[in-house]
Design a protein around this ligand. Structure first.
Ligand code: 2NL
Length: 357
C-alpha cells in the first residue's frame, strides 16, 4: 500500500502536462486502476484484515485524487504564467505615425504675402473666377482689339445656343476683383486680391492655372513714392532681408499710367538666389498709377482720387523663395518632390523626433 502511494504521488509530482496526469489517474484510481484491483481483493480477506485494508485503500484513493487535483491546478497556473510571459504588451511603445496632409506651398506663400500687406493696412478682397469680359477686360481699359483679348490666351465659357451676349471668361488676372471692390466700397481703398487665374499657356514657366496677388491703394494723394515704399517693405519682409535695392523700369500696361516693372537687386552665386546683394536684377512684379479710365469704370472720380496698383505671380515668387525650378511641379498630383524643397507635405514628426514616411 505504501509502495502504491509512493509510486503514484511520485508520478503525479513528475507529470509534465494534463495528458500525463489523466493517464496516471486512469492507472491509479480509474475503474480498472490499481486501487480498484486492490479493492476487489478485499473480498478474499478476513473481516479483521478488511477492517484495516478497506479504510486504508479509501484513504489512499482520496490522497491520490487530491494530489491529482492539486497538480492539475499547479499545471494550469504554470501554463498561464508562461502565456503571460510570452504574450506581454509593451504599452510604452510609441504609436505608429499617421500620414497627414499639410498646406500647399502656394497657399503658404499666399498667406505669407497676405500677412505682410495686412501689416501695412491692406485688406483681402476675393471674387469670382468666372467673370464677364467687361470686368476682366473693358473695365481695365483693355479694348476689344487688344492682343490680351486674343482668343489664344483666354478661356471663354460657352453661351447657350441662341444667346448672343458676349461669353464669360475665366479671369486672366485678379484685377476684376479690384474693379468690383471699387464699386462696392468706393474710395479711399487699400486692398490686395490673391487668387487663381487662367491663361491658355503651358510650358516650363507657364501653367494654364496660376496664382496672382494684385494690390490697389486709392486715396487723395497717393503717388509712386508710396508704391515704392510699400513694395520695398514687402520685398524685405518676404525674402527676409534687411535691405534691398528696387529698380523701376518704364513699361506699359493698359490699366496703369505711368507703368513700371520692378526689379530687385540679387545674386545667383552657386545657383542659389540671394536677394539684396550682388549685381544681378530680378524682375518680380508690374505696377503703376491706376489709369483714370479704370477708376471711372470702378465708379471712382479720377479728378478727386488717384492710386497705385501692382500685380505679381504667387507661383513665381514661391519658386524664387524656395528654389523650385519648374513651375509645373506645383500642379503635379505627386507631391513627394516638396520634401526636397523643405516643404513637409508628407513628413510628420513622430514621438521619437524622427520622420515617418
Ligand atoms: C504683372 C502686372 C499689374 C496691375 C497689375 C491693376 C489693377 C487695377 C488697376 C490697375 Cl484694378 N492696375 N493691376 C497693375 C500693374 C501691373 O500686373 O506683370 N503681373 C504679374
Amino acid at each position: 500500500m505504501n509502495d502504491l502511494k509512493q509510486k503514484y504521488l511520485g508520478q503525479i509530482a513528475d507529470a509534465a502536462d494534463e495528458n500525463a496526469l489523466e493517464a496516471i489517474r486512469l492507472a491509479a484510481v480509474g475503474k480498472k486502476g490499481e486501487v480498484a484491483l486492490k479493492m476487489r481483493e478485499l473480498g478474499k480477506m478476513t473481516p479483521e484484515e478488511r477492517q484495516v485494508a478497506g479504510p486504508a485503500l479509501n484513504a489512499l484513493k482520496d490522497e491520490i485524487n487530491s494530489a491529482l487535483a492539486a497538480k492539475k491546478a499547479g499545471l494550469a497556473d504554470a501554463a498561464l504564467d508562461a502565456r503571460l510571459r510570452e504574450e506581454w504588451l509593451d504599452v510604452t511603445l510609441p504609436a505608429r505615425g499617421r500620414r497627414q496632409g499639410t498646406i500647399h506651398p502656394i497657399s503658404q506663400v499666399s498667406e505669407e504675402v497676405t500677412a505682410i500687406f495686412a501689416e501695412m493696412g491692406f485688406s483681402v478682397a476675393e471674387g469670382p473666377r468666372i467673370d464677364t469680359d467687361w470686368y476682366n477686360f473693358d473695365a481695365l481699359n483693355i479694348p476689344g482689339h487688344h492682343p490680351a483679348r486674343a482668343e489664344m490666351d483666354t478661356f471663354y465659357m460657352h453661351r447657350a445656343e441662341g444667346d448672343n451676349r458676349p461669353p464669360h471668361v475665366l479671369r486672366t488676372h485678379t484685377s476684376p476683383v479690384q474693379i468690383r471692390s471699387m464699386e462696392a466700397m468706393g474710395a479711399p481703398l487699400r486692398i490686395i486680391c490673391p487668387g487663381g487665374v487662367y491663361r491658355a499657356d503651358y510650358d516650363q514657366t507657364h501653367t494654364p492655372m496660376f496664382h496672382q496677388v494684385e494690390g490697389l491703394a486709392i486715396d487723395k494723394d497717393i503717388s509712386m513714392a508710396h508704391l515704392k515704399w510699400v513694395l520695398e517693405e514687402f520685398v524685405k519682409s518676404y525674402f527676409e532681408v534687411d535691405g534691398v535695392d528696387l529698380r523701376f523700369r518704364a513699361s506699359h500696361f493698359p490699366f496703369t499710367e505711368p507703368s513700371a516693372e520692378v526689379d530687385i537687386r540679387c545674386s545667383w552665386e552657386g545657383g542659389t538666389l540671394k536677394v539684396g546683394e550682388g549685381d544681378d536684377w530680378l524682375e518680380i512684379l508690374g505696377s503703376g498709377m491706376v489709369h483714370p479710365n479704370v477708376l471711372k469704370a470702378g465708379g471712382i472720380d479720377p479728378e478727386a482720387w488717384q492710386g497705385f496698383a501692382f500685380g505679381m505671380g504667387i507661383d513665381r515668387i514661391a519658386m524664387l523663395k524656395y528654389g523650385v525650378p519648374d513651375l509645373r511641379a506645383f500642379f503635379d498630383s505627386d507631391l513627394r518632390w516638396l520634401r526636397h524643397y523643405g516643404f513637409s507635405a508628407l513628413d510628420q514628426p513622430n514621438l521619437h523626433g524622427g520622420l515617418s514616411r
